[in-house]
Design a protein around this ligand. Structure first.
Ligand code: NAP
Length: 348
C-alpha cells in the first residue's frame, strides 16, 4: 500500500478525498492535515463533516496534522493530495515536492506552470511526462502534478472525443453549484433564491486550462491547443454538479449521429488499464430533452462520468449541455484517478 496524506482534509474537497479513499485498494491514508485552527484536534470534531454518507471510521479518531513538509513526511506519506486554498498551496506544495513527496493538487497555484502536468487521465495521460522535466528543472525528488478547475474538467472530457472534428470556437455558459465554493462557501443570504453572474477568476481558468489540457506534448513541452474559448460563469443555488451550456463551431461539420457516437464510445487510459476509480463509461449521452439535471445526474458513474444531453445544431454551431459532480470528477475523484495513473506508471 502507498501511504498518502490529504492536505485541506477538513474542507469540502478534502472531505471527498477522505470519503473516496476509504478502503482504497492501493492507497492508505496516514495523514489528514489542515490549518493551525484544526491542527491537533481529532478529525471527527474538527472535520465539520458535510457529506451525506457517514464519516469513514478510519478518519474520525485521527489527529489533524499541520501541512509542513516535516509533518507530512513524518507521517510516512509518499504522496499528498492537496485540497488547499491556492495561496497556501503555492508555498506548501513546493516544500513537499522538494522533500521528496509527490503532490497531486486540486489548487490553481501551479496549474499553468510549463513543467507541471495539468491532468485528466482520460484526456491527456501522456502529459505525465512533464514530471521528468520538472524534476530536472527544479531538482526535486518529489513532484507536483495538477488537476484542473472543476468546471473545466467536465468540459475537457466532453471535448476530447470531439477534437477529431476540429473545434474552432467554444462558447460555454456555466451554472455552478454552491459546493464548488467550498465550505462554508457562499453565504446563504447571498445565494438563496438567487443566481450570481460572476465567479472570481473562473472564466480565465476555463479558457487557459482547456487549451493546455487539449494541447500536445512535443519535445518535453505542451503546445497549447489552438481554439477560441469564451466562458461565462454563474453561481446558482444547487448543491452539487455544475451544469454547462456549450456551443461549438467545428472546422469539419460532423453530423449529430457522429458526435453522439464519438462521445458514447470514448474510452481512455484509465478504462484500458482498469484503474480502480475509472468509470466504465466516462461520457454518458442522454436523449431526453430535459437532461442532464444536477439533482438527477450528478452521481452518474459514481460521480466520475460526464452526462451530455440536449445535443442539437443551430446554424454553424453544435450545441449541448454537460454536467458532472464538481467535488468528485471535478475534484477528489479525478485526483485519485490521477494518482492511480501515476502509480501504474511508476511515479509513486
Ligand atoms: P474549503 O472547503 O474552504 O477547504 C479549505 C481547506 O484548506 C480546509 O481544510 C482548511 O483547513 C485548509 N486551509 C485553509 N487555510 C490553510 C492554511 N493556511 N494552512 C493549511 N490549511 C489551510 O475549500 P475547497 O472547496 O475544499 O477547495 C480546496 C481547493 O480545491 C481550492 O484550491 C479550490 O479552488 C479547489 N477546488 C475546489 C472544488 C470544489 O468543488 N469545491 C473543485 C475543484 C477545485 P481548516 O478547516 O483548518 O480551516
Amino acid at each position: 500500500m502507498t501511504k498518502v496524506a490529504v492536505l485541506g482534509a477538513t474542507g469540502m474537497v478534502g472531505q471527498r478525498f477522505v470519503q473516496l479513499l476509504e478502503n482504497h485498494p492501493w492507497f492508505e491514508t496516514v495523514c489528514l492535515a489542515a490549518s493551525d485552527a484544526s491542527k491537533g484536534k481529532q478529525y471527527g470534531p474538527a472535520g465539520n463533516w458535510v457529506l451525506d454518507t457517514e464519516m469513514p471510521e478510519f478518519a474520525g479518531g485521527m489527529a489533524v496534522s499541520g501541512c509542513t513538509a516535516k509533518e507530512v513526511a513524518d507521517s510516512g506519506a509518499e504522496l499528498a493530495f492537496s485540497a488547499l486554498p491556492s495561496d497556501v498551496a503555492l508555498r506548501v506544495e513546493k516544500e513537499l515536492a522538494a522533500a521528496g513527496i509527490g503532490v497531486v493538487s486540486k489548487a490553481a497555484a501551479h496549474r499553468m506552470d510549463a513543467d507541471v502536468p495539468l491532468l485528466i487521465p482520460e484526456v491527456n495521460p501522456e502529459h505525465i511526462g512533464l514530471i521528468e522535466a520538472q524534476r530536472q528543472n527544479r531538482n526535486w525528488a518529489g513532484f507536483i502534478s495538477s488537476d484542473p478547475n472543476c468546471s473545466t474538467c467536465q468540459l475537457a472530457l466532453a471535448l476530447k472525443p470531439l477534437q477529431q472534428f476540429g473545434p474552432q470556437q467554444i462558447i460555454v455558459t456555466t451554472m455552478q453549484a454552491v459546493s464548488g465554493a467550498g465550505f462554508p462557501g457562499v453565504p446563504s443570504l447571498a445565494i438563496q433564491n438567487n443566481a450570481i453572474p460572476f465567479i472570481n477568476g473562473e472564466e480565465e481558468k476555463m479558457e487557459m486550462e482547456l487549451a493546455k489540457m487539449l494541447g500536445t506534448l512535443e519535445n518535453g513541452a505542451v503546445r497549447h491547443a489552438n481554439m477560441e474559448v469564451i466562458a461565462s460563469c454563474n453561481r446558482v443555488n444547487t448543491q452539487e454538479g455544475h451544469l454547462e451550456s456549450v456551443a461549438i463551431e467545428f472546422a469539419d461539420r460532423p453530423s449529430l449521429a457522429d458526435i453522439a457516437q464519438a462521445l458514447e464510445q470514448f474510452r481512455g487510459a484509465p478504462q484500458q488499464l482498469g484503474l480502480p476509480t475509472a468509470p466504465t463509461q466516462p461520457i454518458v449521452v442522454r436523449a431526453e430533452p430535459d437532461r442532464p439535471q444536477p439533482r438527477k445526474d450528478w452521481s452518474a458513474g459514481n460521480g466520475m462520468s460526464v452526462t451530455v444531453g440536449r445535443l442539437r445544431q443551430k446554424g454553424s454551431y453544435t450545441l449541448f449541455s454537460c454536467l458532472a459532480s464538481n467535488t468528485i470528477r471535478g475534484a477528489a475523484g479525478n485526483g485519485i484517478l490521477h494518482a492511480e495513473l501515476l502509480h501504474k506508471r511508476g511515479y509513486i
